[in-house]
Design a protein around this ligand. Sequence first.
Ligand code: WT7
Length: 631
Amino acid sequence: MTVSDNKNKDVYNPSKGILDKANIRGYEKLYQQSIKNPEAFWAGIAKELNWYKPWKKVLEWKYPFAKWFVDGKTNIVANAVDRHLTTFRRNKIAIIWEGENNETKTLSYYALNREVSKFANVLKAAGIKKGDRVTIYMPRIPEQVIAMLATAKIGAIHSVVYGGFSVEALHARIIDSASKVVITADGGYMNNKIVQLKSITDEAVKRSPSVETVIVVKRIGHDINMESGRDYWYHDLMNLPIASPKCETEVMDAEDPLYILYTSGTTGAPKGVVHTIGGYMTYIYATMKYVFDIKEEDRWWCTADPGWVTGHSYIVYAPLMLGTTSIMYEGSPTYPYPDRWWSIVEKYGVNVLYTTPTGIRSLMRFGELWVNRRDLSSLRLLGTVGEPINPEAWRWYYRVIGKEKCPIMDTWWQTETGGFMITPLPETPLRPGSAAKPFFGIVADVVDEKGRPVSPNMEGSLIIKKPWPGMLRTIYRDPERYKKVYWEKIPGNVYTTGDSAKKDEDGYIWIIGRQDDVIKVSGYRLGTAEIESALVSHPAVAEAAAIGKPHEIKGTAIKVFVVLRTGFSASDDLMDELRSHVAKELGPIAKPEEIQFVDSLPKTRSGKIMRRLLKARELGMPEGDISTLEE
Ligand code: WT7
């Protein structure tokens, strides 16, 4: 990704209107205060939220394990739902949902509370208790959010698995979390096709002994397999007398887990990132309030899926905690036409839009006419996340969508960080392609492999030097891996992000991309090892190596090198078959863009595949140090 643009000093300043109304101003001074005394800063934010019992200590840091708001008692649902019920927000719209086929559903905070409470009682009746794990594998429908909130309300732990994942990915996540209940749907609509969520669930659950109950939302209404004694329709359960709309919200410790969210790492096994309640809720509340400058009357739309951390934090929890009206769209951005997103902005009068560089690039290619036939004048602020945004896409987003009046918040963060870490504020002079500066309380730097800060504009590793409330607490059931992956890669007891970046002379941070064996395809995070292990599970494949390669729309696309087993020969048919095989194992997002059949893979003398070398050769770049190459 090119970052040479920082040399041009191409700067975009916010209008007076944006500045005058901003929820916060004076970053430089406030930032200094926040890092000088982070505990006072975070306690100030946490006091804006409801606690059943106050904390005794803001932070207890025993490297690399943090506890925030020690001994505080709360529940995120008490803040996202319950507390609005005694104010005018009781009748405010919490969620506006639009289905791919134009259906609309709205839920006021009052109605949301009823649904959540009813389903919480259903989960209790299914034997779910505080601390139990619940897997949610659903399309983007309101029941997905209701299921998350109901789980959190009774103190259980949700593990949401993105509805675009396939059998193996779902299975691995159910097994690792040992979930008792899986909540799914009979299918989902995506780009006018039906995603067969229930048959994938059946395959995965068959080999998951922990699962006692599967709850199925009827979204499509087609014939599916329902296993008696295990599978129940959501609507049937919600009509039983046990599904009372009254349910006490469980009093939780600030450090009780809220959810597990699996993400790709450098080995084949996904990592269960654990977030706890008190620090996480405080962190996402503050970031959303200040970065997206949320006003009482705003309509907020985050185009992500609740199955990713972006959706957890900024579709479900933070918008609801702020009492915002949050929009949720089920389907594809191009169905039935490439103006679908813009039609939603127009239809609901969206004020703040948060999306991805891939989303922008993929709609850019349809041209401006599709945008200009829609009224986007309600927009005030824009946002992007998930991968570096190239300056060309940034400028298009700014000019064509924002009509040169909406600042773009390029927010850098990770599943592990809970919320935005490097980000502009509405007042920040923007430089296309830079995520600007660290959020309040965040101490970030760009360093070399020994942990020494690199000079301005030099590439290095992005690290975080101090704990923050939204940080992951551990990897589920694997604290050793947590320590090794995040805290021991770079000396100095710092958190390693796995990203490389540059910092310019003004302190603006420019994210370059992943340094490890993680590939960001359309903003989705995939491990090379996951893709490779999906490939070698095919009978024709002996060995495989995956690399990321620049792609005009996806940012990065997957290319794989495959060594065939004897008896198999390379052909176009086999290539297609392998691509479908990966899609079937992991999900369509993991489908390789390119497959190249090779006789052997470059390896180190210890037998490790040198992906770095494959990538350098593929891109025509210098090969670097190849002294450990076997031949
Ligand atoms: C990785 C984390 C955090 C929500 C979605 C992704 C990349 C994220 C940006 C950005 C450049 C970005 C990084 C990061 N990334 N935001 N604004 N600019 N790169 O969460 O799946 O955990 O991925 O996404 O490489 O490490 P995730």
